[in-house]
Ligand binder design. Structure first.
Ligand SMILES: [Zn+2]
Ligand SMILES: [Zn+2]
Length: 319
């Protein structure tokens, strides 16, 4: 299979079930990929509704809020610092123990196993906003709904149609890393851990079953749902609306309003202009929590070889 197999709208032929191509990189068949998409999109959405109904009946406690905020921060950094800047772009280096922590924190966000996330993201950079981009929000079809259909595809719809292509071609570094592959195999265990931690903390902090349920719903499922919308919002809104200080070949945008919740990921035009850098902040006022956190880890000598722009360097030629 070629990368053409990863396409918009599900127009390409499916790979043969059980194909050895890219073994171990993600779901083995399209049916498995679709099941994973339903789990990824629908379960947190149902959990978010359940959390709202629960709080309507029993209230929203301080512990609920702390668990939501704390778990959100850990997993948002896991996605933007771990899955994105570290695993996808190799913007800095880390020892195996720190690599494992990035992998676990990112996996607890429940946006798919590491190799799936990184492979589709690298394909996004290689073919940004072309028909080969897995999640470009370009308008689909004609009529008034074309733009909305494109936005939905770029946001979460692509998860249901993305084909298992030659992913191994895009992630040779991950396939050769035993730590990463072990974390990848244990993906569902990390997702469950991300639900169990807030449930256990909620129960212990309040010494009540309702505290555990509140922790599970707000620190677990609702937290996954909310972070999903922000991460996927960078893919959909971040290629549709916002400023373009860099003239990249794609349609990437900086979405300032999403910067705090995306922990700096929404400076997306900055990122497409300089994808290999560890920091997304190109102007002093641009809030980039992930970049600040990477600098903190560097000062603590927990990460190294942090990629920064060279003096006087210009935007990288590829998107
Ligand atoms: Zn992008
Ligand atoms: Zn990227």
């Amino acid at each position: 299979m070629t990368v053409d197999a990863v396409s918009r709208g599900g127009a390409s032929a499916a790979p043969p079930p059980g194909s050895p191509d890219g073994a171990g990189t993600g779901p083995d068949t399209d049916a498995q990929a679709r099941r994973l998409a339903y789990l990824t999109v629908c379960v947190p959405a149902a959990g978010f509704v359940a959390a709202l109904l629960w709080s309507f009946r029993y209230g929203f406690t301080l512990v609920d809020g702390l668990l939501l905020g704390g778990m959100y921060l850990v997993t948002a950094l896991g996605v933007e610092g771990g899955l994105h800047r570290f695993f996808s772009h190799r913007a800095f280096s880390a020892r195996p123990a720190v690599t494992a922590l990035w992998g676990v924190a990112g996996s607890m966000a429940a946006q798919g196993p590491i190799v799936f996330w990184v492979a589709t993201h690298r394909i996004h950079h290689a073919f940004t906003d072309t028909d080969r981009d897995p999640h470009s929000p370009k308008p689909i079809g004609g009529g008034r709904l074309a733009r909305l259909r494109g936005l939905w595809h770029g946001h979460a719809g692509w998860l249901f149609t993305v084909r298992r292509g030659n992913w191994s071609k895009h992630v040779p570094d991950l396939l050769g890393d035993r730590t990463v592959m072990r974390i990848n195999e244990l993906y569902f265990g990390w997702v469950l851990l991300g639900l169990a931690i807030p449930a256990a903390l909620g129960g212990l902090l309040t010494w009540s079953v309702s505290g555990a349920v509140g922790g599970l719903l707000w620190g677990g499922l609702a937290r996954i749902f909310l972070l999903d919308q922000v991460t996927w919002g960078v893919n959909s809104i971040g290629h549709t609306l916002g400023s373009r200080p860099h003239r990249t070949r794609d349609n990437s945008r900086n979405v300032a309003a999403l910067a705090p919740l995306s922990v700096g990921g929404s400076w997306h035009n900055n990122h497409h202009a300089r994808p290999s850098l560890a920091h997304n902040r190109h102007t002093f006022w641009q809030l980039d929590v992930t970049g600040a956190f990477i600098s903190l880890l560097e000062a603590l000598r927990l990460v190294s070889h942090v990629r920064r722009p060279r003096q006087g360097s210009r935007a990288e030629p590829r998107s």
